[in-house]
Ligand binder design. Structure first.
Ligand code: FNR
Length: 393
């Protein structure tokens, strides 16, 4: 019996059951410089940690004696979620956040692995300006994988934009994204200058040979002025301001989502500017340290825009590691969450399958949390008044 128990223990302790298991496994397999680049934050990493702790501080008060038995053909809770005025449907309220350079986690396939996971899980992949694969190739793989393996998938691609100092180059990025089928433009606004990431400085972080920010290399011409300008740096325009939104809106018909809002006044201003969505985000604690954690920022933002006529989607990212975290975010008014590092851990451990596993783990945990809170639908999560804000712990 002891032998059997030991075997079982070894087996189960090796099984990757949750996001933190994937994190620990990724730490084993990634070179230190890359692991640090992915995992750390700015200055003293207080915001990085507070994003995680913010969710833990919030407590749930479940509703009981509600019939939560099978309500869908899958024999589990239906948590399909509609976004952007119902033009977009995802299988549960969780999206892949834009993160740089996926080939650092999975050299062979990089973003092409991530996009397969997004298709398999019927969710959105938001592709970074600083991806290590050209956006056209990611879009092609997205179409191919849906057609060949997942014809029912409702997955979509969004494109994350850093506005570059050269506005013509930025315009070109937007036009390329629109042309190859991306469905929304996510404008990141919390990055007017790179945050102080001391770990990368200590490690003398540099890109391994053969990996680069491919979207910034024009038409595969590695010797063009465009390519030379972006080989080692991404010159983000620190002069970007509210008035530039009109310019962006004038050159694209894609829905515009602003990523990096923490202050309620900015949420209100975004609505005034006629945008379609905001992402409450502090860049995963990589930019301004001691910035408010995102889940702590969410309630004031929801309050600030409650009475606005023009309704927008509010998303949130930063520190989401459990299904209960997703449930708390939705309960406080978010349409969906985005996850950054968890996907990188999945990619590092087992490529496309690893990223897919991470998504599926979160979906299962989310469905279980819904049931245990007496929720049969996404709407129930909001109605049930589940989150206690000022608990005494
Ligand atoms: C990011 N993030 C980010 N955001 C963005 O708009 N464009 C980008 O290129 C990147 N790149 C990037 C690289 C790495 C390694 C990380 C960890 C993060 C921020 C990202 O979109 C998201 O806001 C956070 O990752 C969310 O926090 P969690 O889920 O990582 O805790």
């Amino acid at each position: 019996i002891e032998e059997k128990a030991n075997k079982y223990l070894t087996k189960t302790s090796r099984a990757l059951l949750n996001v933190e298991d994937y994190h620990q496994q990724a730490k084993q397999v990634l070179p230190q410089m890359i692991y640090d680049f992915y995992s750390t934050g700015s200055d003293d990493q207080l915001t990085l940690n507070d994003n995680l702790q913010g969710f833990r501080r919030l407590k749930l008060r479940p509703k009981i004696l509600i019939d939560v038995s099978s309500h869908s053909t899958e024999n589990s809770i239906n948590c399909q979620t509609q976004l952007l005025n119902s033009t977009t449907i995802i299988s549960f309220p969780c999206i892949i956040a834009p993160t740089a350079l996926h080939r650092l986690a999975n050299n062979e396939h990089g973003e092409l692995a991530t996009v397969r996971a997004a298709v398999a899980c019927s969710t959105i992949m938001c592709v970074s300006t600083t991806a290590s694969t050209r956006m056209e190739l990611i879009a092609e793989e997205h179409r191919r994988h849906i057609k060949t393996n997942y014809p029912q998938s409702t997955s979509q691609l969004w494109y994350q934009l850093y506005v570059l100092k050269n506005r013509q180059h930025s315009q070109k990025l937007i036009e390329r994204a629109e042309k190859c089928g991306y469905k929304a433009l996510v404008l990141t606004v919390d990055h007017c200058h790179l945050g102080n990431r001391e770990c990368d400085v200590r490690n003398n972080f540099s890109l391994p040979n053969g990996i680069q920010t491919e979207n910034l290399i024009d038409d595969h011409d590695y010797d063009s002025e465009f390519a030379k300008a972006y080989r080692n740096t991404v010159p983000i325009d620190s002069s970007l301001s509210w008035k530039d939104l009109k310019w962006i809106q004038s050159i694209t018909s894609l829905p515009l989502i602003i990523k990096g809002i923490i202050h309620p006044d900015d949420a209100r201003e975004a609505i005034k500017q006629g945008i379609q969505g905001i992402i409450v985000s502090n860049h995963g604690g990589r930019q301004l340290d001691t910035c408010l954690s995102t889940i702590d920022a969410l309630p004031d933002i929801m309050n600030a825009i409650r009475n606005e006529k023009h309704k927008i989607d509010v998303y949130i990212d930063g520190g989401i590691r459990r299904g209960t975290d997703i449930l708390k975010a939705v309960a406080l008014g978010a349409k969906a969450v985005l996850i950054g590092r968890p996907i990188l851990w999945g990619l590092a451990v087992n490529g496309a399958q690893g990223a897919q596993n991470v998504m599926e783990i979160l979906k299962k945990e989310f469905q279980l949390a819904m049931m245990l809170c007496g929720c049969r639908t996404i709407e129930d999560i909001i109605k049930n008044d589940l989150v206690v804000m000022n608990n005494r712990n």
